[in-house]
Design a protein around this ligand. Structure first.
Ligand SMILES: [Zn+2]
Length: 432
């Protein structure tokens, strides 16, 4: 199959020497490069030709041809921070006031409904939405305390097996910050290790934070497990656990990957405090994931008050420091975020508007594709390059403006070079 005249972000296009047709340099000043691209019958990318230099191939030997007429091609999305276990409980347990505290209380109440069947139905629904919208990999946090946690991980492993030919799935144990010091943590650690999982937790400022972090890093070191933490999801500038986590990683000489999510309060800290944290995060080689949709929903919410603050972390300052960044969906139709559809394009579109990721667009698209793919061990397989699996999405939009102005609900998703027919499931499937 040939895909003709398609725009690809230059930050996602990797050229190898054996592609003799290519002419260098690719103009890095452009957001996109227009190419003709061949997909092999084995489902990999083949030749990639710059449309600027080459007319559309004429000898196509009966191959299928899709002329994109300038429409953008993106690799399938990587959603590196989701909460599939909480997803879609909104209809039965909404957030009473839209606040963070309201969300915590509502989810705590709802967990009494989390049977295996209920978890399976809702998590499966989320996976179907993700897949249909063009996501190829998801890392989900899972509420992991006690008996309930064992049940959630069991359903996750079942679904990971069922979806192994379509989605790469990872899970992170979400527990209170002192959990790893409790006797019942041992069973959870065995479950995480047996599931190739990741240690997680929720961290705010606290006098006991240093000792909790020392415990966490020591446990992670012993078990050889990476970390993905919920950090400073608040508007309190005194919440500086991101700095403490970076210091702890350096102190423990911890070499496995560490990811910190949210980090909202960072953007409300004084310039010296911000600079200190960013320098320490950089030195500790920590990746940051921002969840702009959920943070916009929860942060600065007060009764009868118009929000003034957008809730996102200091994305531009972190990027200027060269810290790896991801954007992800977070919660979906649950008390932490009432909306959403597990759609990577919506995350990119709304993040662009919320956090001003334009002027220029630069390479922010890597935050929902290649950067989190690296964190999930997928290497450069998500880049557009000869030999890589042809997992991609074709859009009608020819420019970033066109791409981010419409939902692009009629996008075409290809996995291993074959167009999938999946559509987002009907909400009626969530009803018993
Ligand atoms: Zn989260």
């Amino acid at each position: 199959m040939w895909i003709l005249n398609t725009h690809i972000p230059s930050s996602l296009l990797l050229v190898q020497e054996r592609v003799s047709e290519f002419t260098y340099p690719i103009p890095q000043t452009l957001d996109c490069v227009k190419v003709h691209l061949r997909v092999s019958s084995q489902g990999h990318y083949g030749a990639i030709q710059l449309a600027h230099n080459y007319p559309a191939p004429e000898q196509l030997d009966g191959e299928q041809v899709i002329d994109q007429e300038g429409g953008i091609l993106l690799p399938c999305f990587v959603d590196v921070h989701a909460h599939l276990d909480k997803g879609h409980i909104w209809p039965r347990t909404p957030n009473p006031d839209g606040s963070f505290a309201g969300a915590m209380a509502a989810v705590s109440q709802d967990t009494s409904c989390w049977t295996e069947e209920d978890l399976y139905r809702r998590m499966s629904f989320g996976l179907q939405c993700s897949y249909a919208h063009g996501t190829q990999a998801i890392r989900t946090h899972l509420d992991s305390s006690g008996v309930l946690g064992q049940r959630v991980w069991k359903v996750f492993r079942c679904l990971r097996q069922e979806w192994s030919d379509r989605l790469t799935l990872e899970a992170v144990a979400l527990v209170p910050p002192d959990y790893y010091g409790q006797p019942e943590a041992e069973r959870l650690l065995e479950t995480i290790a047996a599931s190739q999982g990741i240690l997680g937790g929720v961290f705010f400022a606290d006098p006991q934070l240093p000792q909790w972090l020392d415990r966490l890093f020591a446990v992670a070191q012993t078990w050889g497990l990476p970390l993905d933490l919920h950090v400073d999801e608040s508007n309190n500038p005194q919440d500086r656990s991101l700095l403490a986590i970076a210091q702890a990683k350096l102190r423990h000489h911890f070499s496995l990957p560490v990811t910190c999510g949210h980090c909202c309060s960072l953007s409300l800290q004084s310039p010296p405090a911000l600079a200190e944290t960013i320098a320490t995060v950089k030195a500790a080689a920590i990746g940051i994931v921002s969840l702009p949709l959920c943070n916009l929903y929860l942060q600065d919410r007060q009764p009868h008050h118009t929000p003034r603050w957008r809730g996102v972390t200091a994305l531009h300052e972190l990027k200027q420091a060269g810290i790896p960044l991801a954007l992800a969906s977070d919660n979906c139709r649950d008390p932490f975020y009432a909306f959403g559809d597990h759609d990577g394009l919506e995350v990119l579109r709304e993040s662009t508007r919320i956090a001003h990721l334009d002027h220029p667009f630069a390479d922010w698209v890597t935050a929902i594709t290649s950067t989190p793919a690296t964190w999930m061990g997928m290497g450069s397989h998500t880049l557009i390059q000869p030999g890589a699996p042809a997992n991609f999405i074709l859009f009608e939009g020819r420019t970033w403006n066109e791409l981010l102005s419409r939902p692009e609900s009629d996008r075409r998703v290809f996995r291993a070079g074959v167009e999938i027919q999946a559509k987002p499931p009907s909400y009626r499937e969530l009803e018993i």
